[in-house]
Write a protein that binds this ligand. Structure first.
Ligand SMILES: [Zn+2]
Length: 505
């Protein structure tokens, strides 16, 4: 019960996804990966590699840089991040265009390929199917990691179908590419299963293949895949946040302990809680109604399923006999008819919490976290501002004037300097940095981050004092709940930790 208080105290300094246009909503895997891996590029075991040939990877690198704010890397790091991001994208596209819907659907329906997405295969039936699917996913991730480490110095040519350009061959670094594939399955295990409140244990693994058939039987085949849980934002945000923490733990273990450590961490996140079945609501899982509310169904059931990408895929099944390639007028119409859920961008703004008297009753899951910015002097080239960046996942549950919760998080250290300290203005040439830091341009500053500087996990107890004031393991905290949203401010030093949470029934 003491450990979260330790977490709060350890934050001695300050500062602070899933699909790819199909599956885990747009670009979520890339967002999760780009956000997480920038701080580890200098430590990944891929240095001294040959540079990929051709200009294609550089063009993609420019695109990713714009999309994910990675404008600052030197050639070596750019090659790693492009390869990693194409790898984390590959299982959902198999290097085909996302608009090429007929082929995308084929990929997702390949029965043998379900493990690449941490889903049940057609034979994974009943409660035993949960264990079988998790074991297959573990083996898949181990295999991809092994492949990555056996080909550290190799390159690989990936054929991409880019919309408006057609097919393009891109040479990438094989190590980071396979690392990305492994990461895809680990991240999908958060979007494609029902987990315990602290996300550590899997209660149930979802089913995509059978969900699209008319003979789907939940007791036998498992709960249908859910387009809602598959989102980086919205109801999928807490799971995406946990996937981020798992991705960080996995890469830190790989850097510190090698593949055995990475595999141990991965297996820990894929642990199964037995005895969770349809009869007991999968051990009373809090995400069950959200999953059912956005369930993937057989083709063209827009009304029953707002899960647009899958409905579109289903539409493509009908169209593929007539035409291949570009999205047709019919699928464009379906897009209008079914409509994607509006994307609420995750705003990284970190504002202090003003206590308010809203009802705290229920279970709340962390969607995002940040440390309030430091009030210290503005950074100069000689004296950078040191701060911390926190990624944390978990839950808090309130009942009456008592509460309990669990958090798990990773810290990064961030050194901020004025962008003017970089001669190129891109922050890739900041001088005098200690080893292990990777810099990105952030507004008027170069933010140079290093991962692996701290981690904490633990449970805590809460006393509700009223009027939005709390005591968490004896430390004062502030809360403000409005509807299904809650913001909490925990008294860490020198800058408070702010958590944004969402209530699940
Ligand atoms: Zn996937």
């Amino acid at each position: 019960m003491k450990r979260a208080a330790t977490l709060v105290l350890l934050l001695a300094s300050s500062a602070h996804a899933f699909s790819i246009g199909t599956g885990f909503s747009p670009g979520c895997h890339e967002r999760l990966t780009a956000a997480v891996y920038g701080s580890y590029l200098a430590d990944l075991p891929f240095r001294g590699q040959q540079r990929p040939r051709g200009a294609a990877w550089e063009k993609l690198s420019d695109q990713f840089s714009r999309e994910f704010g990675l404008e600052a890397y030197d050639d070596e790091k750019r090659a790693i991040i492009v390869s990693l991001l194409l790898g984390v994208r590959a299982p959902d596209t198999r290097s085909h265009s996302l608009f090429d819907l007929s082929r995308t659907r084929d990929i997702h329906l390949d029965p043998l390929d379900q493990r690449a997405h941490a889903l049940r295969a057609p034979g994974d039936d009943g409660p035993d199917g949960d264990g079988a699917a998790l074991e297959a996913t573990r083996q898949h991730i181990e295999g991809r990691l092994d492949e990555a480490l056996r080909h550290l110095d190799d390159t690989l040519t990936v054929r991409l179908t880019l919309d408006f350009y057609g097919e393009v061959d891109v040479e990438v670094l094989r190590g980071p590419f396979h690392l990305g594939e492994a990461l895809h399955a680990l991240q999908d295990s958060f979007a494609h299963s029902l987990r315990s409140p602290d996300f550590r244990q899997v209660h149930h693994v979802l089913n995509f293949v059978d969900a699209l058939s008319s003979t789907h039987d939940e007791a036998r085949d498992g709960l249908r895949h859910s387009s809602g849980l598959d989102e980086c934002d919205g109801v999928g945000a807490p799971a995406a946040q946990a996937a981020r923490v798992a991705s960080l733990e996995w890469i830190e273990a790989l850097i510190d302990e090698g593949p055995a450590g990475a595999n141990r961490v991965m297996a820990g996140w894929l642990e199964r809680r037995e005895g969770c079945t349809i009869d007991n609501g999968y051990c009373g899982n809090a995400f069950l109604s959200a999953a059912r509310g956005n369930a993937t169904r057989s083709p063209l059931s827009c009304a029953a399923s707002p899960g647009v990408p899958l409905v579109l895929l289903a539409a493509a099944v009908m169209l593929r006999r007539r035409r291949r390639g570009r999205p047709s007028f019919v699928s464009a119409l379906l897009l209008v008819a079914c409509g994607p859920p509006p994307q609420t961008p995750v705003t990284p703004a970190c504002a202090p919490v003003s206590a308010c008297a809203g009802s705290l009753e229920g279970t709340w899951y962390i969607e995002s976290s940040c440390l309030l910015p430091d009030e210290g002097p503005a950074p100069t080239c000689e004296a950078p501002q040191t701060s911390r960046d926190l990624t944390v996942a978990g839950f808090v549950r309130f009942q009456g004037d008592r509460g309990e919760g669990a958090l798990r998080g990773r810290l990064r250290e961030v050194l901020a300097r004025p962008r003017a300290c970089s001669a190129s203005g891109r922050c890739d040439d900041v001088e005098g940095l200690p080893g292990g830091y990777s810099c990105v341009a952030q507004g008027a500053q170069c933010a140079c981050a290093r991962g692996g500087v701290g981690a904490e996990a633990g449970t805590f107890s809460v006393q509700v004092l009223g009027g939005g004031e709390l005591s968490i393991d004896g430390q004062s905290a502030l809360a403000c709940a409005a509807g299904d949203r809650l913001r909490l401010q925990l008294a860490s030093r020198p800058t408070p930790l702010v958590l944004s949470l969402r209530r699940f029934p």
